[in-house]
Ligand binder design. Structure first.
Ligand code: URA
Length: 283
């Protein structure tokens, strides 16, 4: 039998049931509700693997609800697909490990970066790393792969980590914001602050001996230090978290790539050695 093109998703469903002999639906008498407006695709050229990225955001939505289920079900919370939706602070604080935390927050739409992402970039590495690196936010490559520092800056970061005798798998790498800012711009403070509770819980769960911040953004947003990175890099800072964690600020690898001078490279090398020495002294 020749098939009609499916004008409506319900029609396809009805056809399938009819073909299977499950239901004697008469097509012509089927009353079909009007199709909703086409969804607004944030990036029409990229197939979305994330349900959030391909759904309409302009439709009226039901009120925000957080739906706790038991931790045994894996991803502990469902975040409704609507602007501003996020897990509560209690939910984030209650995440028992990194996988649990990622499950809680990966559907976040708390700030305007959420609807624009292709992939949520949670972070990666050793969940019990002694050394943690914190960058600014995902770029294009990171957004595509869902992993931090996998582009050009990431290649250099890998070399920096290797230079102090470690591998990417031994450290932990995260960012201030977990979703890509458009055109790789610096995240606004509002965006960074919306994401900061997630990073703080991540730090608590990893409990690193030392943190290396990369560039001005983590310094400003996580530590509240607004002085320029050129002045502050190489000077120990202190993060007040679940305990005091020493922080070594250094240049962002993307900056090092742009300013590939002996002075800049020497500075980064000195900062990394200082951080590694701290780790070795505090096993
Ligand atoms: N720059 C960052 O700050 N983070 C990344 O993950 C990649 C580039």
């Amino acid at each position: 039998m020749e098939k009609r093109p499916h004008e409506h998703p319900f029609q396809a469903w009805a056809d399938t049931l009819q073909d299977l002999g499950v239901m004697g639906l008469v097509r012509e008498t089927l009353t079909l509700p009007a199709l909703p407006a086409l969804p607004v695709h944030v990036r029409p050229t990229e197939p979305s693997l994330h349900p959030v990225a391909s759904r309409a955001t302009s439709q009226p939505r039901p009120p925000l609800v957080q739906v706790p289920v038991t931790a045994a079900l894996g991803s502990a919370y469902v975040i409704p697909d609507q602007p501003g939706a996020r897990p509560s602070a209690e939910t984030v604080a209650g995440a028992v490990n990194l996988a649990d935390l990622e499950g809680c927050i990966q559907g976040c739409l708390a700030c305007p970066l959420g609807p624009g992402r292709f992939r949520f970039v949670f972070g990666e590495g050793n969940p019990k790393a002694r050394l943690m690196f914190i960058g600014e936010g995902p770029g294009k490559d990171e957004d595509q792969q869902g992993l931090p520092f996998v582009g050009k800056a990431g290649e250099l970061l890998d070399k920096m980590i290797g230079a102090i005798g470690l591998t990417r798998e031994q450290v932990y790498i995260a960012n201030v914001v977990k979703c890509r800012p458009p055109d790789n711009r610096t995240p606004t403070s509002q965006e960074a602050q919306a994401c900061l509770g997630y990073l703080r819980r991540q730090i608590e769960l990893i409990d690193p001996a030392v943190i290396v911040t990369l560039g001005a953004t983590p310094l400003r947003e996580l530590l509240g230090v607004a002085t320029g990175i050129t002045k502050v890099r190489g000077t120990w800072q202190n993060l007040v978290a679940h305990r005091s964690i020493p922080v070594m600020p250094t240049f962002h690898p993307a900056y090092v790539l742009r300013q590939y001078t002996d002075d800049v490279r020497r500075a980064v090398w000195a900062d990394l050695k200082a951080a590694k020495a701290w780790v070795d002294e505090h096993p």
